[in-house]
Design a protein around this ligand. Structure first.
Ligand SMILES: [Zn+2]
Ligand SMILES: [Zn+2]
Length: 266
């Protein structure tokens, strides 16, 4: 591995609920998780079921950034292989809390009996659960977080490394002032990930559900001058046939629907 690389691998891009079977063999059925490698740093954006298939080689202790605590974004954490590796010390950054105690309490509502057999802090890697700062650095990687617009809240991340950047906008519903903030936040991004759970035509019927469409992602890409757009958070009912058909409607060369296993080098 060349440690100067900056890359993103899709481990799961299904939204709301993981799905399985041949009908999603092409785009994948695992829920939200993206692995970013930046030099020696490894960062997981969300911990849906996709994180269960995370690799085991880490030059440095891996970090998990959670955008929010909806189940499709945390349900894989209990089976994240690194948590059971005592050679590693995993850090999990938890949004909407101010202290370690609040971070532990937050995830401990699900990761504790009777919902799960053990608490996350009892795993072999003794993971640290920490409040998510608005801005922090991991080696040469800079991370910024701002709120998006989603029921209960959801954070948007920008990761910068050696002049390149990735912006991760999942679980976002259009609303004018937050969209203007996103346009500025995503300015010049090399790779933009954007919630396209619904077709543009479905949006009126899905008002208040907290998700967006490909058309809104393209608008954000164009207005922020982002270079490439990966559409994510596929609806559990949008199987391969639906996504492939939607993809044929995309006229922009640099726009595509994410597929599990896909790796983008920046
Ligand atoms: Zn979600
Ligand atoms: Zn959500």
């Amino acid at each position: 591995m060349a440690f100067s690389d900056f890359s993103l691998t899709v481990l799961g891009s299904r939204g709301s609920m993981a799905v399985g079977g041949e009908q999603c063999a092409s785009y994948g059925g695992d829920s939200s998780c993206y692995m970013v490698r930046a030099g020696e740093e490894t960062v997981f954006l969300d911990a849906g079921t996709g994180i269960c298939a995370a690799p085991s080689d880490y030059p440095k202790d891996p970090v998990v950034l959670l955008t929010h605590l909806h189940l499709d974004h945390i349900v894989g954490l209990g089976m994240f292989p690194a948590l059971s590796n005592r050679q590693l010390r995993v850090k999990v950054y938890v949004p909407f809390c101010r202290t370690r105690e609040e971070a532990e309490e937050s995830l401990g509502r699900i990761y504790a009996p009777p919902f799960w057999p053990v608490r996350l802090t009892e795993y072999a890697s003794s993971p640290e659960l920490l409040p998510l700062p608005d801005h922090f650095t991991l080696g040469a990687l800079q991370i910024d977080a701002i709120p998006g617009n989603h029921p209960g809240g959801c954070m948007v991340f920008r990761l910068r490394h050696e002049g390149k950047s990735i912006v991760y906008v999942t679980d976002y519903e259009y609303e004018e002032s937050s969209f203007e903030r996103l346009v500025r936040f995503a300015e010049g991004a090399d790779l933009l990930l954007f919630d396209a759970q619904y077709a543009d035509t479905e949006l009126p019927a899905k008002h208040g559900y907290g998700h967006a469409s490909a058309g809104q992602g393209i608008e954000l890409m164009e207005r922020s001058d982002a270079k490439r757009l990966l559409l994510i958070h596929h609806d559990p009912r949008s199987f391969d046939r639906v996504l492939a058909q939607r993809e044929t409607l995309l006229t922009h060369k640099k726009v595509e629907y994410a597929r599990t296993g896909q790796r983008i080098v920046l």
